[in-house]
Design a protein around this ligand. Structure first.
Ligand code: EPU
Length: 420
């Protein structure tokens, strides 16, 4: 398994190009299953999760061709069953269910398990499919959704932690080909859901209210092929912004969308980090001394759970006490024990982490447990004195395009150690 070796203490300087958003491109690729006509998706990041999704589409019968950051898919004839060995590799693959149910009225997909960040149930997705008239059964580890007719309905997707991102995507993708009008209440408002809706609209779907908690979908008989450019990844952009702040550097995020990042930039500002747009992108640098901040993760437009771990890496560098409360996933603090190995002082109290920041960090070997936890370890390694080796970086490769190359371009001393 590959690892990253980081020699910390170098301020990052320069420009970094932000890639297409992982959490937008995965459902968008799944949506290409809704039509037999060719679709072209641009600004696709080169990630292992994208390669898994391409393999799943191919397995289902679609033709998938990648050319640089463009993927062309033609799902002329497809089957409705997602293979266990492929689907289990990536939880995001659950979003093939909506398109398969919409197009074939029959979808059988291996039930995704929990993962390191929490239980991750799909009850809300299934409730949505049932509201549209599907019969849902679970057998031998597979969830089977079948409908003679799919009929528009009122669907409420609010759950314990607010709405569901992929649940909203899934119900929307099934409803675009249902008969009549579907109204999703408590829909997810994340920009990635809006991006998917914009692709569906380009394919001929009739959707209004995207970006708000009420999405209305009027079913159409069929969709046609379309072209789409994926939005830039706000989580990747936030990760480089925080890396610039911890190293006391100055980085320009090229291609990032500040309108998707209000909550992140607001907290960075409170912590003494300034962001402003110039002709090339968003410039991030420290305005003075770092200040402690309290953060609670919330659905969009609140502070994203996917930036919680990286923000903790900034808070451990900040003198004073910061409290970080995780409200979306119940066990998303796996990075805490590894950050402690670098010298961080953090205590967990229920859903909150109490960070006593400002202690000196020194490099150590650490183990990545999930995608964003890995990013936090890289950021802390960039700030720590000495060498940090981040092991098990296949998590990082799932969601960050060429992170070692991009950081090196910004001046970081980082190298990938490939294990044969
Ligand atoms: N939930 C339910 N029932 C459901 C679905 C979700 O109770 O049927 C709960 C979850 O347990 C969680 C909350 O609702 O407490 C939110 O989960 P959500 O369904 O929104 O998460 P997701 O759609 O499975 C996506 C991203 C995650 C990101 C979350 C929250 C993709 C592929 N994944 O997951 O991204 O953290 O939304 O914003 O889009 C990551 O990129 O590192 C990542 C984990």
């Amino acid at each position: 398994m590959d690892s990253l070796l980081i020699k910390g203490g170098v301020p990052l300087h320069g420009e970094v190009q932000i890639s297409g958003a992982k959490n937008a491109v995965l459902p968008i690729l799944a949506a290409t299953l809704l039509t037999s006509e060719p679709c072209t998706i641009r600004r696709v990041p080169d990630l292992s999760d994208v390669r898994f999704m391409s393999q799943i589409l191919t397995w289902l019968g679609a033709e998938v061709r990648a050319d640089g950051d463009t993927i062309r898919v033609r799902a002329k004839k497809i089957k409705g069953e997602g293979d266990y060995d492929l689907v289990r590799k990536m939880r995001g693959s659950i979003c093939i269910m909506g398109p398969l149910l919409g197009r074939l009225r029959d979808a059988k997909v291996s039930l995704p398990g929990g993962c390191i960040i929490g239980a991750r149930p799909i009850n809300l997705h299934l409730k949505g499919f049932q509201s549209l008239g599907a019969k849902v059964t679970i057998e031998n580890g597979y969830v089977h959704c079948k409908a003679r007719r799919l009929t528009g309905a009122a669907v409420f997707l609010g759950g314990r932690a607010g709405s569901t991102v992929l649940g909203t995507a899934n119900v929307m993708m099934a409803a675009v080909l249902a008969e009549g009008v579907t109204v999703i209440e408590s829909a997810a408002c994340e920009p990635e859901v809006t991006d998917l809706a914009n692709f569906l609209i380009a394919m001929g779907a009739r959707i209004t209210g995207v970006g708000s908690p009420t999405i209305t979908i009027t079913g159409v008989k069929q969709l046609h092929g379309a072209e789409h450019e994926v939005i830039p990844d706000r989580i990747e952009a936030a990760t480089y912004a925080i890396a610039a702040a911890v190293t006391n550097g100055e980085v320009t995020l090229r291609g990032a969308r500040s309108d998707h990042m209000h909550a992140i930039f607001d907290k960075l500002k409170d912590s003494g980090v300034s962001t402003h747009c110039n002709g090339n992108g968003i410039v991030v640098k420290r305005g003075g001394r770092l200040k402690p901040v309290d953060i609670t993760t919330l659905p969009y437009s609140g502070f994203p759970t996917d930036v919680q771990a990286q923000m903790m890496a900034l808070m451990i560098m900040t003198p004073g006490i910061s409290i970080i409360t995780e409200r979306i996933f119940e066990s998303r603090f796996m990075h805490v024990s590894e950050l402690s190995r670098l010298g961080a002082d953090i205590e967990i109290e229920g859903p909150s982490a109490i960070v006593k920041g400002g202690k000196p960090l020194s490099g150590a070997p650490v183990m990545a447990s999930d995608l964003r936890a890995s990013a936090a370890l890289v950021i802390a390694g960039l700030a720590a004195k000495g060498n940090t080796q981040v092991n098990r970086i296949y998590h990082l490769d799932r969601g960050y395009e060429k992170i070692d190359v991009k950081l090196r371009q910004l001046g970081a001393r980082i190298e990938r150690i490939e294990e044969s």
